[in-house]
Design a protein around this ligand. Structure first.
Ligand SMILES: O=C(O)CCC(=O)C(=O)O
Ligand SMILES: [Fe+2]
Length: 385
């Protein structure tokens, strides 16, 4: 806060708007000797944050599953994939899929769409900032946060119930601009492919639990009732000595999250007490369980804590996310089939809008799995810790 003297001689306290991560990065590159990051990027509870390194050959890492044949419906293939996807989800809450049926061109066009936006000047990008909460639209300042600010800029919007790609197009490009049209079309096509893939995976996950295969997907028949979103995250290069994260340790609130990352790397998943790097595989899509699926399966699938570390490569990293959230008009409630004496009900029923509202209205940064406490029966609230 910077005090300034007003015209009548009084002192006014004004909030300085924090800098955008994109602007900070440009300054760091112009003057590499001035390597100090603004205080807000520091993580007070960490003396150091390691740089990301890939998992070495032979080191344990998230399973890679080949989905060839999934769309064929061949019962043998489906049985095998049910076991593989089920086991990976139970053990890790995270896995990578290859031959997933989303064409490479569609994935590449989506990355290009993200870059066509993120490469614009900050002033232009900020026309797409959502002033309320800044969870959707463009963000790179995190005005809400006083410390532990992610070293990352993003563009995010809903895909359902209404696709907001067109609104964002018109904040940046003149109507009819071919790059703007390509942005909208790529986002819509990619999101629709990822929605299909997420339904196929939800079917395997239901079968693996002995539930009817359409147990979860039947809730997603009407796209006006559920919430799904897309998001581009871009992580600037960062001075290696910086004690900061791309994104700190957290779980995602969604049902499923699907992510493609570029070749730079940075993502890590926590299993037990160990962080495992998720190596980039060209063309692969990373799938992870969110808190809502943990609750919806009575804890049979657990959301995985993950983080993004920075790398010493002088490269910007791009990741592209599709998130599937529960329908807003139902109560998320684990089916009776997953509740018995040995597995008592762990979560109270909840509606997605309440879950996300609780998570976002909290003044503390989301960390680990604390958001899930809101619906965990008997949990004490750890937000304040
Ligand atoms: O960029 C990544 O690899 C992960 C991003 C992430 O965890 C998130 O946006 O929730
Ligand atoms: Fe995440």
């Amino acid at each position: 806060m910077a005090p300034s003297v007003t015209s009548d001689g009084g002192v006014e306290i004004s909030m300085m708007r924090p800098d955008n991560v994109h602007q900070i990065t440009s300054r760091l590159f112009q003057d590499p000797s001035g390597h100090e990051l603004p205080e807000r990027y520091h993580w007070p509870d960490y003396d150091r944050v390691d740089l990301w390194a890939p998992a070495e050959d032979g080191q344990e890492s998230v399973p890679v599953i080949d989905l060839t044949g999934l769309a064929s419906g061949d019962p043998e293939v489906i049985d095998r994939l049910t076991r593989e996807v089920g086991q990976a989800t139970e053990e890790w809450g995270f896995f990578q899929v290859v031959n997933h049926g989303v064409p490479d061109e569609v994935c590449a066009a989506m990355r290009k769409a993200g870059m066509s936006f993120l490469d614009k000047p900050v002033e232009l990008k900020e026309r797409a900032t959502d002033p309320v909460g800044n969870y959707y639209g463009y963000g790179g300042r995190y005005e809400r946060l006083k410390s532990r600010v992610p070293w990352m800029e993003f563009l995010a919007a809903n895909r359902t119930p209404a696709c907001e790609a067109d609104r964002i197009r018109l904040t940046i490009w003149p109507d009819g601009d071919p790059v703007g049209n390509a942005f909208r079309d790529s986002v819509m096509e990619y999101s629709s492919c990822l929605q299909t893939l997420s339904m196929q995976i939800l079917q395997l996950l239901a079968r693996n639990l002995g539930l009817p295969e359409d147990y979860y997907v039947k809730f997603f028949q009407d796209s006006t009732k559920f919430d799904s979103s897309w998001r581009f995250n871009r992580y600037p290069p960062c001075p290696p000595q910086a004690v900061t994260f791309g994104i700190g340790p957290h779980s995602d609130p969604s049902v499923l999250v699907m992510l493609q990352q570029d070749e730079v790397g940075g993502l890590q998943v926590l299993k037990g007490d160990t962080w495992h790097s998720v190596n980039p595989i060209p063309g692969a899509i990373i799938v992870n369980v969110g808190d809502s699926l943990e609750a919806w399966t009575n804890g049979r699938y657990e959301s995985a804590v993950h983080q993004v570390l920075l790398t010493e490569k002088k490269k910007w990293r791009l990741s592209v996310i599709y998130a599937l959230n529960p329908p807003s008009n139902i109560l998320v409630s684990a089916p009776e089939e997953l509740v018995d004496d040995k597995h008592p009900r762990k979560f109270r029923d909840f509606a997605w809008p309440d879950y996300i509202h609780n998570m976002r209205s909290n003044r503390h940064r989301i960390r680990d799995k604390v958001a899930l406490d809101f619906v965990t029966i008997g949990a004490k609230n750890r937000w304040e810790e």
